[in-house]
Design a protein around this ligand. Structure first.
Ligand code: IFM
Length: 453
């Protein structure tokens, strides 16, 4: 087998960011519907009510992926569509949409890759306590079972959570994301319950796959947003700041998932800060059960400096502003750090297959009169990061795939429609889709890599 065989190329999206149709076919509100309806939370008061209208234009979007020559499509299920209110049985009308999507993908030769949770918690579960409530982890496992029962005959790749750091930290600690709570203790409790939910859902899916004779083809995993933290200098203070930042953002998730323990330096500090991780007997074994896949969402790295101690004694490292290119998110473009990250994962956390489940960039796109965007910078960003991924693979990291974020311009959370990550432009007035230069680049690169394999 040549070097790039056994490697999947795809694009990724998420339900709330593209679907729209928030009140159709029995879908109930999610925390993001509620958050968007709260003045001052999202740029320009944007909401996901229509988004890309993917719910009604799905066949067109699948046809675009097929034209681009994609192997695989990573999308998320809207929990409030599949299991309204987060309890009880599945909602046939909501599930029917994903049935159609999966069938459409398979008919076009594209493998469906399901993410169960990309942040749209049913509002009813938030009202019952949200992720800081332990019960939500058990509700999540029930929902996973419903989803697997509905789609597991055709879907082999399952991701439990997308970026639990965002759900816990942005959702419950800083309040920049739904549900907008600002409570450090709740945030750290949410970390543990999200991971517990991952473990319970993984077990539910594996049990069902086994019972239906499908376990051989099943791949279950979780996706983390991993941003490498590089000390800004050799000074002990900067080194310690980078170690804290890496521990709080990265190891706090990697260690329990892949080593069965929380990193002691971070857990001890959280105890000291009065925000303990609420671990019960048996939880860590559940969280650390075998993972087939660890999805890596990579956008940027950061050079970290020591900062003044923050509110209530929290360490508050600060990012050094380096002289490197930046995207419209003000994120540094640092592809070499992706190679280093993948090699580090292989060295320190060996076992799972690594997939780049998201990588991409927002830029200030300017369409021509036909809606075409000549996004040279985004195409270059993709080129550099694909090179970096393949470099890590050539040097021994077990990397098995790459997904561009995102297929379409879409609802970029608190930034609303003000930031565009798509390789396909969406005109939000007409909802017309127009592939950008980056889409052409990606399609050509994928074809060339497959040819080489
Ligand atoms: O749009 C998001 C996505 O939902 C999760 N990962 C990062 C992307 C860009 O911010």
């Amino acid at each position: 087998m040549t070097q790039h065989a056994n490697f999947l190329w795809g694009t990724a999206t998420s339900s709330y960011q593209i679907e729209g149709a928030v009140a159709e076919d029995g879908r109930t509100p999610s925390i993001w519907d509620t958050f968007c309806a709260t003045p001052g939370t999202v740029t320009d008061g944007d909401t996901g009510a229509v988004a890309c209208d993917h719910y009604h234009r799905m066949p067109e979007d699948v046809a675009i992926m097929a034209e681009l020559g994609m192997d695989v499509y990573r999308f998320s299920l809207a929990w409030p569509r599949v299991q309204p209110d987060g309890t009880g049985g599945g909602n046939p009308a909501g599930i029917a949409f994903y049935d159609r999507l999966v069938d459409e993908l398979l008919a076009k030769g594209i493998r469906p890759w399901v993410t169960l949770y990309h942040w749209d918690l049913p509002q009813a579960l938030e009202d019952a306590g949200g992720w800081p409530s332990r019960d939500t982890a058990y509700r999540f496992a029930d929902y996973a079972a419903i989803a697997y029962d509905a789609l597991g005959d055709r879907v082999d790749q399952w991701t439990t959570l997308n970026e639990p750091w965002c759900s816990a930290f942005l959702g419950y600690m800083t309040g920049q994301h739904a549900p907008g709570r600002q409570d450090a203790r709740a945030g750290m409790t949410a970390v543990h319950h999200l991971l517990l939910g991952h473990g319970l859902a993984t077990r539910a899916i594996r049990d069902r796959a086994e019972a239906s004779g499908r376990s051989d083809r099943l791949e279950v995993g979780i996706t983390l947003n991993l941003a490498p933290k590089i000390p800004a200098s050799d000074s002990p203070a900067d080194v310690a700041a980078a170690r804290w930042a890496d521990g709080f953002d990265n190891r706090l998730y990697l260690d329990p998932l892949l080593r069965g323990e929380y990193p002691a330096d971070i857990a001890d500090k959280l105890d000291e800060l009065g925000c303990p991780l609420p671990v019960r007997d048996g939880d860590l074994a559940l969280i650390a059960q075998p993972l087939d896949v660890l999805g890596v969402n990579y956008y940027s790295s950061q050079a970290v400096q020591a900062g003044p101690v923050g509110q209530n004694g929290w360490p508050s490292p600060v990012a050094l502003r380096r002289d490197v290119p930046r995207t419209a998110m003000d994120w540094e473009v640092t592809p070499a750090a992706l190679t280093d990250l993948l090699l580090r994962l292989e060295r320190e956390y060996p076992g799972p297959a690594w997939y780049i489940t998201e990588n991409g960039a927002a830029y200030a796109d300017v369409p021509d009169e036909n809606g075409y965007v000549d996004d040279v910078e985004r195409a270059e960003y993709l080129r550099a990061h694909i090179d970096a991924t393949l470099e890590a693979r050539a040097r021994g990291a077990n990397v098995r795939g790459y997904f561009a974020w995102s297929l379409l311009d879409n609802f970029e959370w608190a930034f609303g429609y003000d930031r565009r990550f798509g390789i396909v432009r969406v005109d939000y007035d007409t909802l017309r889709r127009t592939p950008k230069r980056s889409a052409r680049y990606y399609a050509e690169r994928v074809a060339a890599e497959k040819e080489r394999a």
